[in-house]
Design a protein around this ligand. Structure first.
Ligand code: GYE
Length: 329
């Protein structure tokens, strides 16, 4: 702040130097923050803290930002889209250099993303996609192919029951309603098992990607259905909650009911090694380093690929045993 006496004398000079800073600044298309400091500011709106995957993802993003020297403004949306929209608007007001977010659901983003675009701030989608048809609203999307994950889960099941003609009753615990991973994993899995009429999805409901909801919904499934052969859970945490429900009902997870999950977090991998889960399709949460790299490039206006796919594998019991000691999350 200027002292009053100096204000008038300095005003003209200050104006000139401000203009110079704007015109001759870095080759960034974004707003400059931090009063001339070179440090990039990234606004990041996270989904919440619903699962082990999410915890690992948050850690990866925070550590990578630190490593890259990026000032991270982190906001937890507690699984609510309205909170994410508020956070994004506040990032615009704070004139951050870039915004990254993991959209809790796929639809309803066009208005706020248009506001970000008008403010000249680049947006990077991480982990989950949006269904906006205007792809100019974001620079890139980094994350997994969730349809492929569902397909891998379905293919394992088809193999497992190869040559066995009896009907296979499947229950499904879906992720958060309207989220990209729930929509896509359901589709990938459903399309594979639909090819053989012996596979029947007898119940399918959301467990919101949480352990508590997974347990609660599995309890209801067990009450309503006498003969469940397989559970397909859209993430490890719901599968782990369901294991408690199955054991509570006096049944053996992995033996009486086969369980397939997605993610591959430590607790899930341990349950797989113990034979309670039968198969896991991996989904990697370690997106932080690549994200920071993309942020730097996007802010500089460099060309970046519009889709960055995460590498991932699958695990059987033996593979889980082998992988567990070196597992980071
Ligand atoms: O599989 C689940 C989390 O969006 C890929 O969200 C992510 C999913 C992940 O809650 O555990």
């Amino acid at each position: 702040m200027f002292r009053r006496g100096l204000a008038a004398a300095l005003a003209a000079g200050v104006l000139v130097s401000m203009l110079a800073a704007c015109g001759g600044g870095q080759d960034s298309s974004a707003n400059q923050s931090g009063g001339g400091s070179d440090q990039l500011t990234l606004g990041f709106s996270q989904v919440g803290a619903e699962s082990g995957w999410r915890t690992a993802n948050t850690k990866s993003v925070q550590e990578a930002a630190k490593e890259a020297g990026i000032d991270l403004k982190f906001s937890d949306a507690q699984q609510k889209q309205e909170n994410q929209i508020k956070a994004i608007r506040s990032f615009i007001q704070q004139k951050v250099d870039a915004i990254a977010f993991s959209p809790v659901v796929e639809s309803g983003w066009d208005t706020v993303l248009k506001e970000v675009k008008d403010a000249g701030i680049p947006v990077i989608l991480t982990d989950r996609a949006v269904d906006s048809t205007d792809t100019s609203l974001y620079k890139t999307f980094i994350g997994s192919d969730f349809v492929v994950e569902g397909t891998k889960a379905g293919e394992w099941l088809v193999k497992e029951y190869e040559g066995k003609p009896d009907p296979v009753n499947i229950v499904e615990l879906q992720g958060t309603t309207g989220s990209a991973p729930a929509n896509d994993r359901k589709k990938g899995f459903g399309d594979v098992v639909a090819a053989d009429p012996k596979f029947k999805i007898i119940a399918s409901q959301t467990g919101d990607f949480t352990r508590a909801k997974g347990k609660e919904v599995m309890e209801a499934f067990l009450k309503a259905n006498k003969d469940i052969d397989v559970l397909f859970a859209h993430n490890d945490d719901m599968g782990l909650g369901a294991i408690e429900a199955i054991e509570g009902a006096g049944l053996r997870p992995g033996t009486d009911i086969k369980i397939i999950t997605i993610d591959g977090v430590k607790d899930g991998m341990q349950a797989l090694a113990d034979g309670k889960i039968s198969f896991i399709a991996e989904c990697s949460p370690l997106l932080g380093p690549q994200l920071m790299d993309l942020v730097k490039k996007a802010v500089k206006g460099e060309q970046i690929p519009t889709r960055v796919l995460t590498e991932e594998t699958t695990f059987t019991q033996e593979q889980a045993k082998a992988a567990l000691p070196g597992r980071k999350y």
